[in-house]
Design a protein around this ligand. Structure first.
Ligand code: G1P
Length: 297
């Protein structure tokens, strides 16, 4: 595993698959997209977009579906709101992260829910012939105080190893069947070679307890693999299966994120994220701690 900088093509584009129905959060998600549910005062998608921008990503490709255009609206300039607020002398800085540079947010549709691999493939024309990042917004990745976000850590590693990179983390063996799992090879620090990948294996067949945790840097060739990718786990076209075919063709590594991760795809994970982030916020942490202590007595 060489660690000298190889200056691969920079990562300028990121794909956010956000077409899911969010059935686990009904009735909250009947009208409001899951990605717009707030963790304290920022919608889930905003955390992922902020993480992308911190990593130097310029173009955001949202793979949406019916009823999910609110996510695209979120990154528009709300002219009436801003006009009214500034007339009243209100601070507009809270909206700063929601404003996209014209042309930097692109929405494509996944018309039929055929799986994550299919969702990514729907972005192929916008991604074009360059490496790109993928963010699954359900996986909320938070930097340690003074640290950097997950994608920034991955981009820094990518600049040294190139090829394909995924973020991984260890979970208890009982949980592996809910995730993509890697077959790990040689490891050095937070970098592990990926020898194999399997989507949602039964616990007894899982090659490790290192799961794919929702951040990817992939070479554009994955789009060609996805073109003909058949159905896999759960009857869906799986990104994991397409990535597995790239192993051996191109370098493939995993990065273990040095930070906090919350699985906001589940209600418990969402509550955990809300509590953890509120407790760490300088403007409310102390009050939340006092409330939690009172509730626990
Ligand atoms: C997806 C991926 C899986 C990954 C997981 C992370 O699964 O297919 O490989 O481990 O996200 O949350 P999903 O949660 O969409 O079933």
């Amino acid at each position: 595993m060489s660690l000298k900088p190889i200056s691969p093509k920079p990562i300028r584009k990121a794909v956010f698959p956000v077409a899911g129905l969010g059935t686990r959060f009904l009735p909250a998600t009947k009208v409001v997209p899951k990605e717009l549910l707030p963790v304290v005062d920022r919608p889930l998608i905003q955390y992922a977009v902020d993480e992308a921008r911190e990593a130097g990503i310029e173009q955001l490709i949202l793979v949406t579906g019916r009823g999910k255009t609110g996510i695209v609206e979120h990154f528009d300039i709300a002219y009436e709101l801003e006009h009214t607020m500034s007339e009243r002398g209100k601070d507009l800085s809270l909206l700063e992260a929601t404003r996209a540079t014209p042309g930097d947010v692109i929405a494509v549709r996944q018309q039929v829910p055929l799986g994550l691999g299919h969702a990514i493939w729907c972005a192929r024309a916008i991604v074009g012939d360059e490496p790109f990042a993928i963010f699954l917004p359900d996986e909320l990745m938070v930097a340690k105080p003074g640290g950097t976000g997950c994608m920034k850590q991955m981009v820094e590693t990518y600049e040294q190893v190139g090829g394909n990179l995924i973020s991984v983390l260890e979970v208890p063996m009982e949980q592996v069947s809910s995730y993509g799992v890697i077959d790990p090879g040689a490891a050095r620090g937070n970098l592990t070679e990926v020898k194999g990948l399997v989507e949602k294996p039964p616990q007894a067949e899982a090659p490790s307890n290192k799961i794919v945790s929702g951040r990817y840097i992939l070479q554009p060739e994955v789009m060609r693999v996805l073109e003909t990718q058949g159905k896999g786990a759960g009857g869906e076209i799986q990104l994991t299966d397409a990535m597995a075919k790239m192993i051996g063709q191109q370098p493939f590594h995993a990065v273990t994120f040095d930070g906090f991760r919350y699985d906001c795809g589940s209600k418990i994970g969402f509550v955990e994220a809300t509590l953890a982030i509120a407790l760490r916020r300088p403007d409310m942490g102390e009050q939340v701690r006092a409330i939690a202590a009172r509730l626990l007595t």
